[in-house]
Design a protein around this ligand. Structure first.
Ligand code: NAD
Length: 292
């Protein structure tokens, strides 16, 4: 694709990186950014990630051939409702939200039965615990996976357009069902983030927390890195994917109970078996294709 005009709602880490990558690939003439934070948009302009700031959603999408929604997932419906009456007849709309069933349901409500065909739900499996356009990079999606979860209604040409744009960012694409997507990411992403937040918050609430954490080494830093992520974004993800996350959380609580049981019983062999299995599995995975 060669786009004349791309509109980005939420020119933060994810939206900003998409725009920067397409610009670097020479695949877009003009990027217009829409956001909630004026300071972030002005920084995006300075960094030349976007070319203009649109105050009104309607002026942003006028003549845009592609619209990317990269805002916290609970904001998706409002943004889609605002732009639905104003997009051009051939405009393709996509998103980068970390959850997909809620986004698809929001899109159905906001876009109606005709425009929904041109909405391609997507989720780049790349990111960082940093947010805002300052953290954006044209290289963020290189060799990373992007999951698309089109519905049977999604137009084939719209899917092809979005695939091609992500391909120009250097990403590899896979398509899957939205429900399966949400189950998979509850396990490999949403639960680990919730655990990291809970662990850090538990220690932070203790008296002398600073002193305690002052003794922490690399293990604590590695385990808790993702607790530096955006609280608003993760609030939305957890609520949106509540059922799948609850199922994974319950499974983890059972695993912790089993560990606790072995520990209380002083069963060194059982503990070692769990640690051995986990280490072997992890080293098998890490020698496979890279992922985040
Ligand atoms: P970010 O905070 O860097 O950027 C989000 C931007 O959206 C902010 O600039 C904010 O001002 C803006 N915004 C919020 N509400 C808005 C609204 N109603 N209209 C317009 N702009 C609005 O966050 P991010 O990391 O870029 O995440 C964006 C989306 O991408 C989220 O849905 C998140 O689930 C998804 N995602 C994030 C990661 C990651 O690792 N950070 C990875 C994959 C997908």
């Amino acid at each position: 694709v060669k786009l004349q005009r791309l509109a980005i709602f939420g020119a933060g880490l994810i939206g900003g990186s998409f725009a920067a990558a397409l610009k670097q690939a020479g695949a877009v003439e003009h990027v217009v950014g829409v956001g909630r934070s004026r300071a972030n948009l002005e920084r995006a302009l300075e960094l030349q990630v976007i070319d203009t700031i649109a105050i009104e959603p309607r002026s942003a999408v006028r003549d845009a051939e592609l619209v990317l929604i990269a805002v916290p997932v609970q904001q998706t419906e409002q943004v889609l409702s605002e732009i639905a009456p104003h997009v051009s007849a051939s405009c393709v709309i996509t998103d980068a939200g970390s959850t997909k069933q809620d986004v698809v349901a929001a899109a159905r409500r906001a876009l109606g039965s005709s425009l929904i065909r041109r909405f391609v739900p997507g989720h780049p499996i790349a990111g960082a615990e940093r947010s805002g356009v300052e953290a954006a990079s044209a290289a963020l999606y290189r060799d990373r996976l992007v999951v698309l979860t089109p519905t049977p209604d999604t137009d084939g040409a719209a899917i092809a357009c979005v695939r091609s744009a992500w391909g120009l960012c250097g990403a590899r694409l896979v398509e899957m069902d939205a429900k399966r997507h949400d189950e998979v990411f509850a396990a490999v992403s949403h639960l680990p983030h919730a655990l990291a937040f809970a662990l850090v918050q538990m220690y932070a609430a203790r008296p002398h927390a600073e002193e305690l954490v002052g003794f922490a080494g690399a293990g604590f830093r590695d385990f808790t890195r993702i607790a530096g992520s955006s609280p608003e974004m993760w609030r939305d993800i957890c609520i949106a994917n509540r059922d799948a996350l609850l199922a994974e959380l319950d499974a983890y609580l059972s695993a912790l109970q089993a560990l606790r049981h072995h520990l209380a019983a002083g069963d060194a062999e059982a503990l070692e078996r769990i640690f051995q299995d986990a280490r072997a599995a992890r080293s098998r995975w890490l020698s496979g294709p890279s992922s985040d």
